[in-house]
Design a protein around this ligand. Structure first.
Ligand code: GLU
Length: 315
C-alpha cells in the first residue's frame, strides 16, 4: 500500500520553525517510502485563520521546497482541502455518532467548566466532570430554553484504556474517562472540534501516516476511539519532540525570530532546512541542505525523543 502523508497546518499566523520541522519530517517520512503528500488547511476557526494566511503558508512551503500532490491549489480527488469547506462531512459523522446514542448536549459555560472540581490535565484542559451527561431530553430542552443558546455537543467516553504504539515515541495509553472525560465534538457556536474533523479528514483523504508534534500525542487515544466508533481505519501515528525556544519555552507564533517572515530575509531555504535537520539528528554538520538532499540521511531512529532546545543564535 502506498504511503500517504500530510501537512495539516492551522494558518493562524506566519509559519514558524516548529511548523517547518513538522512539514519537513512528514515530507521526508512519506517521500522516502515513495509516498504521496496531501496538504490540508486546518482553518476550522475561520476568525483566527483567515484565507490570506493560508495562501502565505502555501507559498512559504513551496519556497522551502516541500511539495505536495493534493491540496487547495493543485486539487485532487478528496477535496475541498480547507476544513472550513468540509462541514457537511463532519455533520454526517456527528449524525452517525448521534444515532448510536454517543452524543449529548452540554450547557456548561467556560466558567462552570473551570469551577468544577474535576482534575486538570497537564495541558491545562479540564477533565470534563460529566455534569450534562445524565440530563434527560426534557431537562436538556428546559436548559436550552433557559440559557437561550445552542449547546455544545460532547461524546460519551467509556471507562476504558486506549493504547497504541507510536512510530517514534513508543507505547502510549490513556484511560479516556479518567484522563480526558467526555470530549467536545462541536462547540456551542457551531464550530466542529479538531478531534472530529481531523479523524474524518485523515480517513477521507486516505492518509496512512500522521507525523506531528508530541503535543498531540495525548489527542491520539481520543482519535483512535473516534476511528473505532466511525468504523474507519486509523493511520500510523508518528509523534516527534517539540522544538523549544533558546530559553526553554515552547515555540509559538509570537517568537518573531522563529517566524518565516523574518527568517526569509536572512537565510536561504537550504540553510533553514539544514539547521532543522541538524537539530533533529540527521545532518550532523548543520550544512545547508535542500529537502531532497536530506532524503538519504533521514531516519526516524536518529531523531531524538526528548524536546529539542534551539541554541541561541543558531538561526
Ligand atoms: N492543525 C494542527 C496544528 O497545526 C495539526 C493537527 C494534526 O497534525 O493532527 O497544530
Amino acid at each position: 500500500m502506498q504511503t500517504v502523508g500530510r501537512f495539516a497546518p492551522s494558518p493562524s499566523g506566519r509559519i514558524h520553525l516548529g511548523n517547518i520541522l513538522c512539514c519537513l519530517l512528514a515530507w521526508l517520512s512519506a517521500r522516502q517510502k515513495g509516498g504521496r503528500v496531501v496538504l490540508r488547511i486546518e482553518d476550522l476557526d475561520t476568525a483566527r485563520c483567515p484565507r490570506r494566511y493560508a495562501g502565505r503558508m502555501e507559498e512559504d512551503l513551496r519556497w522551502l521546497g516541500l511539495d505536495w500532490d493534493e491540496g487547495p491549489a493543485v486539487g485532487g480527488p478528496d477535496g475541498p482541502y480547507y476544513q472550513s469547506e468540509r462541514t457537511a462531512l463532519y455533520q454526517a459523522a456527528l449524525e452517525k455518532l448521534e444515532q448510536r446514542g454517543m452524543v449529548y448536549p452540554c450547557f456548561c459555560t467556560r466558567a462552570e467548566l473551570h469551577a468544577a472540581s474535576a482534575p486538570h490535565r497537564e495541558d491545562g484542559q479540564v477533565v470534563y466532570a460529566g455534569t450534562c451527561r445524565r440530563l434527560t431530553a426534557e431537562q436538556a430542552a428546559e436548559r436550552a430554553r433557559r440559557t437561550g443558546r445552542a449547546p455544545a455537543l460532547r461524546l460519551r467516553v467509556p471507562e476504558e484504556e486506549w493504547a497504541f504504539t507510536d512510530g517514534h515515541m513508543g507505547p502510549y495509553r490513556e484511560n479516556l474517562a479518567r484522563d480526558c472525560g467526555d470530549f467536545l465534538l462541536r462547540r456551542s457556536d457551531g464550530m466542529f472540534a479538531y478531534q472530529l474533523a481531523v479523524v474524518v479528514d485523515d480517513a477521507a483523504m486516505g492518509v496512512t501516516e500522521v507525523v506531528r508534534g508530541a503535543d498531540l500525542l495525548d489527542s491520539t487515544p481520543r482519535q483512535l476511539y473516534l476511528y473505532d466508533l466511525l468504523g474507519l481505519e486509523p493511520p500510523h501515528f508518528i509523534h516527534f519532540p517539540l522544538l523549544l525556544a533558546p530559553d526553554g519555552r515552547r515555540l509559538s507564533k509570537r517568537d518573531a525570530d522563529a517566524g518565516l517572515d523574518t527568517l526569509r530575509d536572512r537565510a536561504t531555504a537550504a540553510e533553514i532546512l539544514g539547521k532543522l535537520a541538524y537539530l533533529a539528528g540527521f545532518n550532523p554538520s548543520g550544512a545547508p541542505r535542500a529537502a531532497e538532499e536530506l532524503l538519504t540521511d533521514f531516519a526516524w531512529d536518529k531523531v531524538p525523543t526528548a524536546d529539542i532546545r534551539i541554541p541561541e543564535g543558531l538561526f
